[in-house]
Design a protein. Structure first.
Length: 544
């Protein structure tokens, strides 16, 4: 039986008597909220500034928490101090610290103080902006922020709400997965409408029509694209990529021709800018004209990489974006806007509205039809005030500050890449792009798999795997705005040490099997002082 640890008072938490809110005076409520709110802000600040002192990933086992909690909820409210104590004692040991300078596993989920404050204020206001009338400021700020981002990222002007043709616009959603769902459902509605109007075809009912639809994406696309197709009951083909893991136009053209010959109806393409595995880019300059010619909805997933387009020198992957019917960027990844905040644009909002417009009498208002009601742009009725934190971040950092953040991240990634390339025991099997470096040990995949496992077991840094073709690789991403060059060097030395220990063990086994062992000291190699001084390289040389 797991014994609940003795609680201790966490840093910066003050003892505050909890009032019974339903009966206490307004002054008591305000005093309570001030004291506990300040304690929480202090706690968050202490947490973020003390991340280097915490293990990056937890060592708990599945099911660790239930034995530490009561079997049921308390009958009476508890003191805020006790809740704070349990947060540090029970919850923090099970937290993977995504803001840590030594978290390198996934694409980032950054935050910042302006974003935290904006989200805190939005939560305090706690409005539900499903229509303009239900919260005019929330609706209009969302319109302005999505238009600002169009210009900041150099996206087509047709994605702006205020474009002269009045057809496009952006909406903020909870996740990129949800945005992909919106794009696919809108594309399906457009395709079914066109099929119903085609008198040359025996269209049948919508279920039969839907069974003929086929969409396309690359074999490097995010798993959510497949999940969305399953939920939408449409078939989705995963097309092979080239040697640089990019989906090319000719591959798409052949697939479309094959499917049309089979009586299917191609209708949708999801192109990715910044794939999850190796951060590569589908060739929109080739895909776009084919989509336009064939009448396919082109959706572009730039969830992580989209933030890089703040910098003019990083916009080359955007060639062909003028052909996009929809586009998604997640500022909740790299733009220092905390989750959730995925921005989704469409060139023609009527496709969204015809898919999601359900307007009962109780949601109508005097301006219905003449203003934007975001409930018609999405699946949920509820619209959170997400634009407030986005506004806080953009105003606090400015375009210059956000660009500097992106460039600094890329510089740190290039530094790590240079360290890897200097060691002959490692290889980089795919081009490094925009904050991501993939690497592996030379030799069989099992070596890199073991290295990954040992690195994560150390709890001193965290990385995740991917596949580049048939090669097992480790992803190293700069995921924290707190990461410095010293942090990168420290983590590379951990990789080197783990690799050395692994190769020593492997070499010892080979030696027992008749292999010759050569151990080479590196202390004298001054050119590599900054990455591996004092480290031993172990090489097993097979007898010819």
């Amino acid at each position: 039986m797991v014994k609940k640890p003795q609680p201790r008072r966490p840093l910066l938490v003050r003892r505050v008597h909890q009032p019974r809110f339903l009966w206490c005076s307004l002054i008591t409520q305000v005093l309570y909220c001030f004291c506990t709110g300040k304690a929480m802000v202090d706690y968050i600040a202490a947490y973020l500034t003390g991340l280097r002192d915490r293990p990056v990933n937890p060592s708990v086992r599945p099911g660790y928490l239930r034995p530490l909690l009561p079997p049921g909820p308390p009958q009476q409210g508890e003191a805020w101090e006790r809740i704070f104590e349990d947060m540090e004692q029970l919850i923090m040991p099970g937290i993977a610290h995504w803001q840590s300078p030594h978290m390198h596993g996934y694409f980032p989920a950054l935050n910042s103080y302006p974003s935290l404050l904006g989200d805190m204020l939005a939560t305090g206001i706690n409005c539900v902006g499903f229509t303009w009338a239900s919260n005019p400021a929330s609706t209009e700020l969302q319109i302005v922020m999505t238009d600002w981002l169009v210009d900041m990222l150099s996206l087509p002007a047709t994605f702006r709400h205020d474009h002269p043709d009045g057809c496009g616009g952006g909406v903020i959603q909870s996740s990129v997965s949800e945005c992909t769902m919106l794009a696919l459902l809108a594309a399906r509605t457009r395709a079914l409408t066109q099929l119903r109007g085609d008198v040359s075809q025996d269209v049948g009912n919508d279920a039969l029509l839907n069974s003929r639809l086929v969409g396309y994406t690359s074999d490097q696309a995010h798993s959510s694209v497949l999940k969305v197709s399953l939920m939408s009951l449409v078939r989705l083909r995963s097309l092979p990529t080239d040697l640089e893991f990019s989906l090319r136009g000719e591959t798409l053209r052949r697939a479309v021709e094959e499917d049309r010959a089979q009586g299917l109806v191609p209708f949708f393409v999801c192109a990715t800018l910044g794939t999850t595995g190796v951060c590569t880019f589908d060739n929109m300059a080739e895909l776009g004209p084919i989509c336009r010619q064939e009448g396919l909805w082109l959706h572009v997933d730039a969830a992580y990489v989209g933030t890089a387009f703040l910098c003019p020198e990083l916009r080359d992957p955007l060639r062909g974006v003028e052909f996009a019917d929809s586009f998604v960027v997640n500022p909740g990844k790299w733009m220092m806007v905390n989750l959730d905040c995925a921005v989704f644009w469409v060139a023609d909002k009527r496709s969204l509205q015809s898919t999601f417009c359900v307007e009962p009498h109780y949601l109508q208002h005097e301006h219905s039809g003449s203003v934007t009601d975001f409930m018609h742009w999405q699946i949920p009725l509820t619209v959170r005030f997400r634009s407030l934190k986005l506004w806080f971040v953009i105003r606090s950092f400015g375009l210059d500050g956000l660009q500097e953040h992106v460039r600094r991240t890329n510089k740190l990634a290039r530094y790590f890449e240079s360290l890897v390339r200097e060691d002959p025991h490692f290889e980089i099997p795919a081009k490094s792009n925009l904050g991501l470096v993939v690497f592996r040990l030379q030799g069989p995949n099992e070596l890199t798999e073991t290295l990954l496992r040992r690195l994560n077991q150390s709890q001193q840094l965290f990385v995740v795997p991917a596949m580049a073709g048939d090669k097992f690789i480790i992803r190293f991403v700069i995921t924290s705005q707190f990461t410095t060059e010293a942090d990168v060097l420290r983590d590379w030395r951990l990789v080197l040490q783990a690799a050395t220990d692994l190769l020593q063990g492997s070499a010892a086994k080979d030696d027992a099997s008749g292999m010759e062992i050569c151990i080479v000291g590196r202390e004298e190699e001054t050119a590599l002082d900054h990455q591996s001084q004092g480290c031993l390289e172990v090489m097993a040389l097979a007898r010819s």
